[in-house]
Design a protein around this ligand. Structure first.
Ligand SMILES: *[C@@H]1O[C@H](CO)[C@@H](O)[C@H](O)[C@H]1NC(C)=O
Ligand SMILES: *[C@@H]1O[C@H](CO)[C@@H](O)[C@H](O)[C@H]1NC(C)=O
Ligand SMILES: *[C@@H]1O[C@H](CO)[C@@H](O)[C@H](O)[C@H]1NC(C)=O
Ligand SMILES: *[C@@H]1O[C@H](CO)[C@@H](O)[C@H](O)[C@H]1NC(C)=O
Ligand SMILES: *[C@@H]1O[C@H](CO)[C@@H](O)[C@H](O)[C@H]1NC(C)=O
Ligand SMILES: *[C@@H]1O[C@H](CO)[C@@H](O)[C@H](O)[C@H]1NC(C)=O
Length: 668
């Protein structure tokens, strides 16, 4: 109680102080604005101008034509994409903004499309190459799902599936198909394809995190059509570019911007203190509202600081020790992860795999970090302690071709693992779908081989991955491979649902594993061989048992001495023949049905790294012999011991390499 009183009196003093100090310009925000009353012809060709014009944008007759007008329309020119951006970056948060533009959409056809959008883009690059048609230049199939961090308000003139009609407005972040809000404009009386001038106003209130869209035919009072709560901090990077995108598909449709203004209010704490702009922005309604806002903020800030301080002192020993231990992954709270992933929002879902769902998250740390959070459900009553040893083991595995474990959280029977985020998703999204060039494919396979070599031979105790497949190979922004999900088999071994998952994935599973149920280093090599063939051939395997399986197919081409016939046709012959030949043969060697004849990862890596390294011996025709592993080889016994004994926490041999501080926790 006394704490609260002292806080309140402090607050009163503070408010008084502020008011006395800044009588006239109390509510201080930096602002800036720009305005285009019209667009001078040639503005797009002038590299000094305030606009960046990309794609089909031209400026004629005082208007910006994002897509060509009828007179310029070449019937062959379908699939136009346009993007025009204000040349200088805009700090998107913490900020409020307001933008007004007048647009005109021209067409003489009863069907046309696709529309125009106001965008807050992450960079000043052109629209993605496939973003014509219903993508309205915002994103394309390869950038769906959160690869681009942006916000778009689209005015859509074509009805696609999922859409209300051919006259609607929608707010798009990561997916055009699944906008976060959309609404028909019918209720406003505005018809986008009417050919009339339409005024659109978009306002974002950075305090309330509220985005409002209003429209009307120019000269008429604006009608509010959409209002959406959206946290810009979670949606776009801090430095952004604002502008417009538009697109067409089969039909001509001209998208013109006649005028545009944009006003921006900087809400950052620094500018609150030091701002000097005395123009009262529109959001400052009176002196009363801002006083309340500021005092609430100050109050919350102080209260939270107090609470944190109290919290700090009571911070669990576990957390402190885990954090202090060298290389130990960070312990997150459920709240932190929930906030980062917007309560495990469907929109943040990156994928679902054997062990659980993976969500994209943003940690509002300084600097903000993008993470991938794997949520593992229904862990069978194991507690934090049981996991900690294993997590530390996984956390210690560090290699440039592994997905680095950054942290974890155990809460409410759920285990969460936090990894670095891989912007290009997993390799399975590309095989047979999006063609990668040969150099990239070769780099991915070499990286994957290095990761396995590290796990098998270089990281101390050998680690059998058990589930090598394209879905577990993540690609960073430069398409380097990072193998994920290592160590999970062991981590979750006691959990009943895992046993079936741990065995591996059909199609990548070595034949002997189905007899013995035992994953080994050699069965990882087999799975790697399958990934090699899939990447070279651009086809998914359908398993050994299937006729016409990928392996059969490649063996057949090898037997007939026409190995290149199996290479992915989308490469169009653009590859280094010798590299491709060696890669396929390595793949076949790894896929040897007898595990004792498969190469070690060390040999595979040497072949990838050194063009002069001799290949292993390859049979001329497909081998069939399978020797059942009745007697384990040395390497096998260590590996399988390692992979099938889960000692109770604190009692296993490999614990000796755990940091001492951690073991102390178990003793209390
Ligand atoms: C826009 O900025 C100019 C200075 O660059 C300023 O004079 C003007 O008042 C500003 N307008 C608004 C609406 O903030
Ligand atoms: C240019 O503007 C004038 C006057 O507004 C109009 O008459 C003319 O049709 C326009 N030309 C084009 C190509 O839009
Ligand atoms: C509509 O556009 C087409 C193609 O640009 C053109 O050939 C035709 O004359 C136009 N029709 C009308 C009625 O303006
Ligand atoms: C809006 O009006 C158009 C034209 O009258 C109609 O085709 C469309 O279905 C309407 N949209 C909705 C959502 O009712
Ligand atoms: C922006 O443009 C609209 C429409 O032309 C106009 O009503 C408004 O006053 C302009 N705002 C600024 C700040 O220039
Ligand atoms: C907004 O304020 C921050 C902090 O003072 C500053 O770094 C940034 O440049 C400001 N942005 C604008 C557009 O004034």
């Amino acid at each position: 109680m006394s704490k609260f009183q002292s806080l309140t009196s402090m607050l009163k003093l503070l408010i008084l102080g502020i008011i006395l100090h800044h009588q006239q310009s109390f509510f201080l925000v930096q602002s800036f604005n720009f305005s285009f009353q019209s667009f001078v012809p040639g503005i797009c060709d002038d590299s000094e101008s305030r606009l960046i014009c990309l794609g089909s944008v031209t400026a004629t007759n005082g208007t910006l034509n994002l897509t060509p007008d009828e007179s310029q329309q070449n019937p062959q020119q379908k699939n136009q994409i346009a993007r025009v951006l204000f040349r200088y970056p805009v700090t998107a948060w913490p900020a409020s903004f307001s933008t007004t533009f007048v647009l005109r959409i021209l067409t003489n056809l009863t069907i046309s499309g696709d529309g125009i959008a106001f965008v807050i883009a992450q960079d000043d690059k052109p629209s993605p190459p496939e973003s014509f048609g219903s993508y309205i230049g915002i994103l394309d199939p390869s950038t769906e799902g959160g690869i681009l961090r942006q916000l778009a308000v689209e005015l859509d003139t074509y009805k696609n599936e999922h859409e209300p009609d051919n006259n609607h407005v929608a707010i798009v972040t990561t997916s055009v198909q699944y906008p976060i809000a959309s609404k028909s404009l019918n209720s406003t009386g505005v018809y986008l394809r009417s050919g009339k001038d339409i005024t659109v106003e978009i306002d974002y209130d950075g305090w309330e995190k509220d985005l409002q869209v209003s429209v009307a035919y120019s000269g008429n009072p604006l009608v509010n059509v959409l209002s959406q709560n959206i946290v810009l901090e979670d949606t776009v990077p801090q430095s952004t570019y604002v502008g417009f995108t538009a697109s067409t598909a089969y039909f001509f449709e001209t998208h013109q911007i006649l005028s545009w203004n944009f006003t921006y209010y900087n809400l950052s704490r620094k500018s609150l203190k030091h701002g000097v702009n005395r123009n009262k922005p529109r959001i400052a309604l009176s002196i009363v509202v801002p006083t309340l806002v500021v005092s609430t903020l100050v109050f919350l800030y102080i209260a939270r600081k107090r609470r944190n301080e109290r919290h700090q002192s009571k911070k669990s020993d576990m957390e402190m020790l885990a954090r202090n231990a060298a290389n130990a992954p960070r312990l997150f709270t459920y709240k932190q992860l929930s906030k980062a992933t917007r309560h495990f929002n469907k929109e943040n879902l990156l994928g679902a795999g054997g062990f659980g769902c993976v969500y994209k998250g943003i940690l509002l740390s300084d600097p903000p970090a993008i993470i991938a959070v794997k949520k593992i459900n229904a862990t069978s009553g194991q507690g934090e302690r049981e996991y900690l040893a294993e997590i530390c083991t996984i956390g210690r595995l560090r290699h440039k071709n592994l997905v680095q474990l950054q942290g974890w959280c155990h809460d409410k029977e759920q285990l969460f693992l936090v990894y670095e985020y891989m912007p290009n998703g997993s390799l399975d999204r590309y095989i047979g779908k999006v063609s990668l060039d040969w150099k990239t494919r070769y780099r991915i396979l070499s990286g994957l081989a290095s990761a396995l070599l590290y796990l098998h031979e270089e990281c101390g105790n050998p680690v059998v991955h058990r589930d090598v497949k394209p879905n577990n190979v993540m690609l960073d922004s430069e398409f380097n491979a990072h193998l994920g999900d290592f160590g999970l088999a062991r981590l979750l071994q006691n959990d009943n649902f895992v046993n079936t998952m741990v065995a591996g994935t059909p199609g990548y599973l070595a034949p002997e594993v189905s007899y013995t149920g035992r994953a080994t280093l050699e069965s990882d090599v087999y799975s790697f061989g399958m990934v090699v063939l899939e990447v070279v051939c651009g086809r998914r395997s359908r398993g050994m048992m299937e006729e016409n399986s990928l392996v059969d197919h490649v063996w057949t081409t090898h037997e007939k001495n026409e190995l290149f016939m199996c290479v992915d046709p989308t490469l169009e012959g653009k590859f280094d023949g010798e590299e491709v030949r060696r890669t396929i043969l390595v793949g076949l060697a790894c896929l040897h049905p007898d595990r004792l004849h498969r190469p070690r990862m060390r040999k595979v890596v040497q072949i990838f790294m050194n063009p002069d390294e001799p290949l292993m011996k390859i049979a001329d025709s497909r081998p069939t012999a399978v020797s059942l592993p009745l007697h384990s080889s040395h390497s096998d016994s260590t590996a399988s011991e390692f992979s099938s004994n889960k000692a109770p926490a604190g009692g296993r041999g490999s614990m000796d390499s755990l940091p001492d501080e951690i073991t102390v926790v178990f003793d209390d």
